[in-house]
Design a protein around this ligand. Sequence first.
Ligand code: NAD
Length: 338
Amino acid sequence: MRNKSGNEERRSAMKTALVCGAGGFIGGHLVEFLKGRDYWVRGADIKEHEFRDPSADDFALLDLRELSDCRQALAPPDGKPFDEVYQLAADMGGMGFIHAAETEIMRHNVLININMIHAAAEAKCPRYFYSSSVCIYRDMKPGEPEMTEDEAYPALPHNEYGWEKLYSERVVGAYGRRHGLKTRIARFQNCYGPYGTWTGGREKAPAAMCRKVAEVDGDEGEIDVWGNGTAIRSYTYVDDMVDGIYRLMQSDLEGPANIGNPEYVSVDELVEVVAGTAGKAIHIKHIDGPVGVLSRNFSNDKIYQTGWRAQFPLVEGIKRTYPWIEEQVRAAKTAKSV
Ligand code: NAD
């Protein structure tokens, strides 16, 4: 465990949070957000953050598939349980990874989720957040009316990642009822922003499109896009997501809540926004590849009860994301050439 010295005495006077998955994209941003609100924060992850050193008060390198490691993550230095536990650790990635790694996703994530909630109940943590996904919903057709949280049932998730998330939602709910934990569950739409995976096969569509456009030399070029480019999605900028997570955690809202930017665009429109930000003329070549569901359209009425609203339209979020990915692409090119 890596401690930042001098923080231990201050801890007893502060609100405390454990962020699982702090070495990852959303978890890393959440650590920064909570530190900005004067929390004492422990991060836990199986790896260090790839792109920055989040300012957690301590950081524990642990394999949360193991119950003993979950107990270690939750063990407070002063005997007082964490006020808030945020569970964002998962073996996950974009559509390519979701299709290629079904068994890893189902096994690893179930183990993480059953062991974390069990250990949190043992440790008598009062509040527990679980990061689910809109992948728990069935496929939709373009133009269908908004789906509410209850319409997840009868269940027909499009992929095994969604089934695992749905099962884990139910485990978290059951532990909450049995042990009196206040559990809060968010179903995230696709989230993007800087300091997230941008290459290697686990990246999601916005990061992949930013990378492909950044890799185009000069002002004009062609990029490959999986499918016919018409799949509809909403993309939520990470600062909005973290704000939604926090508001949900502080709220009295029981049961899962969708969190997503209500702006829906096709994959081709996403590329257009990225190309516009980059100032490049981009031609799209549609190729075969895993696309996922046809369409998405979810109600945010529940999370709106917390006062949450998406503050970053896609254009604004991409303006904050593209330069960071462009910088990574440039650095990778330079490293290759030396
Ligand atoms: P991420 O991959 O960047 O972060 C997940 C972190 O979990 C990684 O740092 C990883 O090392 C860690 N982890 C994996 N296995 C572990 C283990 N055995 N022990 C400890 N840590 C382990 O992903 P993210 O985008 O930050 O997603 C966070 C959560 O939000 C996940 O539960 C994900 O399923 C969910 N979610 C994300 C999106 C999105 O668009 N990013 C959408 C829907 C749901």
